[in-house]
Design a protein around this ligand. Structure first.
Ligand code: ZN
Length: 67
């Protein structure tokens, strides 16, 4: 579900950008979006807690390596 737009920060290159805020697997968290600068999916909303997103990034990495 798309909830509008929010500001994300890239964990890799620290780029700040605005993108769609999409619900992560029916939770209150936002789905990480691709960084427009370095292409990494290790991004999170600026106001979010990093430890939570570390877990989400890990599960995304595991999903993409299972393909
Ligand atoms: Zn980046």
């Amino acid at each position: 579900m798309v909830r509008g737009k929010c500001f994300f920060i890239c964990d890799k290159c620290k780029k700040i950008f605005r993108d769609l805020d999409i619900e992560w697997m029916a939770t209150t968290y936002s789905t990480p979006v691709e960084c427009p600068q370095c292409g990494s999916y290790h991004t999170r909303p600026i106001l979010s807690l990093k430890p939570v997103y570390k877990r989400i990034w890990k599960s995304m990495d595991e999903q993409s390596s299972n393909k």
